[in-house]
Design a protein around this ligand. Structure first.
Ligand code: S3P
Length: 431
């Protein structure tokens, strides 16, 4: 059981300095998973010590994969596509939705039965989105409430290739189908309304899978063995975004965040903030496979409201809470369209952010699936709630830094999901 923690936040003058953020959570899950399914030892530099990645590592250890750390390198002794062993107990995913949904696709191809469980939070998150396509692939998969909620039980084995037209732009669903497709005889194709983050495709390709990215989707050919590789995980742009927005909001700030992932399917925040008039530069760009990265330099700037269309949402899905904060203190009105997916994250992030920002004096309206925020002159410190969600917590912490008067956030332990060092890192650049 994690100890509940409140954190008190005082407004600060500005942020100055150089920092790094933990390795990208999405890329790290894939590195562990694909490393475990490859033949040979995959060496991963920069894997974060956050809760969600630890749950993924634990699940593979429970299936007989040796994962160990030697100084800053994590070594995964992969045993090939068919090297996992049946776990003795249900696999516990904690609060990690990414682990549960993607692992379901991998387990579809194993010749044993397995059950995936998690904490109370994950037990209320929708799973039909993976249960349905995997069932279409011939996998025996069941979940509570007629296929909607965890635990999931999967009887792996024969997998049939499919062509799947997903109505939601979701990398978790896409990845589950691609992994199941890796175990089928034939070619599986996934299409999406807008391309979601493509870390699985990049990493599978890097490890030797036969995968093709086409205009309308991704296809994978089943059966090819994966070969171990060396990886360096770049910093998580979702974690960096809290500092990017904080530096934009606080007069006189200048920060550099080193070696952050700038994968175009993830880096929508850089575009949105530039549109809003923020002063952001990327330098020292590295194009190394499988993921590009750069240092990000941010200086204070007065920002203005913009309209963000629904096609941009997948590339900023995890940054929306902190974008709401910036919009609240920008000149004019910001409209963000098509936010239905934000309601099914670790918490309903429209409600959690509206709750926090309104109590600080923001002008936040929900119109159907859109959010409309009218900038105000200043926010006032308040008693705030994380709703158990790491990103709500860190976004409200940024609002509190830029507010007048002190704030307190209930449930600050939630940051350990992706960024255990968040408050220490923040303190290190605060003036
Ligand atoms: C993730 C995909 C996104 C994102 C989540 C991580 C991933 O979820 O919000 O934090 O690593 O694939 P969806 O696939 O549900 O959009």
């Amino acid at each position: 059981k994690v100890k509940k923690m409140n954190i008190k936040i005082k407004p600060v003058k500005k942020l100055i300095g150089d920092i790094t953020v933990p390795g990208d959570k999405s890329i790290s899950h894939r590195a562990l998973m694909i490393g475990a399914l490859a033949l040979g030892s995959t060496r991963i530099k920069g894997l974060p010590e956050s809760d969600d990645c630890n749950y993924t590592a634990k699940a593979f250890r429970d299936m007989g994969i040796d994962i160990r750390k030697e100084s800053d390198v994590t070594i995964v002794d992969g045993k090939g596509l068919h090297g996992l062993k049946k776990p003795d107990n249900p696999l516990y995913m904690g609060n990690s939705g990414t682990t549960m949904r993607i692992l379901a696709g991998i387990l579809a191809g194993q010749d044993f039965e397995s059950t995936l469980t998690g904490d109370a939070g994950i037990s209320a998150r929708p799973m039909r989105r993976v249960v349905e396509p995997l069932s279409m692939m011939g996998v025996k998969i069941s979940a509570k409430c007629d296929g909607e909620y965890p635990p999931l039980t999967i009887v792996g084995g024969e997998v049939r290739p499919i062509i799947y037209k997903n109505l939601i732009a979701s990398a978790q669903i896409k990845s589950a189908i691609l992994f199941a497709g890796l175990y089928s005889k034939g070619t599986t194709k996934v299409m999406e309304p807008v391309r979601s983050r493509d870390h699985t495709e990049r990493m599978l390709k890097y490890f030797g899978a036969k995968i093709k990215i086409e205009a309308k989707g991704v296809s994978i050919k089943g059966g090819s063995e994966l070969r171990a590789r060396q990886l360096k995980i770049p910093g998580d742009i979702s974690s960096a975004s809290f500092f990017i927005v904080a530096a934009t909001l606080l007069k006189g700030s200048r920060i550099k965040i080193r070696d952050v992932s700038i994968n175009p399917t993830r880096a929508g925040i850089l575009k949105v903030l530039s549109m809003m008039g923020a002063d952001i530069r990327t330098v020292n760009r590295k194009r190394q496979a499988p993921e590009p990265s750069a240092d990000i330099i941010v200086k204070y700037s007065r920002t203005r409201g913009v309209t963000i269309n629904k096609d941009m949402v997948p590339s900023i899905i995890d940054e929306l809470p902190v974008i709401f904060v910036l919009a609240s203190l920008s000149k004019g009105v910001t409209v963000i369209e098509g936010l239905q997916e934000l309601r099914v994250k670790e918490t309903d992030r429209i409600t959690s952010m509206q709750n926090g920002l309104e109590s600080m004096g923001a002008c936040f309206k929900v119109e159907g699936h859109n959010v409309v925020i009218k900038g105000v002159k200043n926010l006032k410190g308040a008693m705030l709630k994380s709703f158990g969600d790491h990103r709500t917590c860190m976004a409200l912490a940024v609002a509190a830094l830029a507010a007048e008067g002190d704030s307190e956030i209930e449930g600050a332990e939630s940051v350990s999901k992706s960024f255990p060092e968040f408050f220490d890192e923040l303190a290190s650049i605060t003036l």
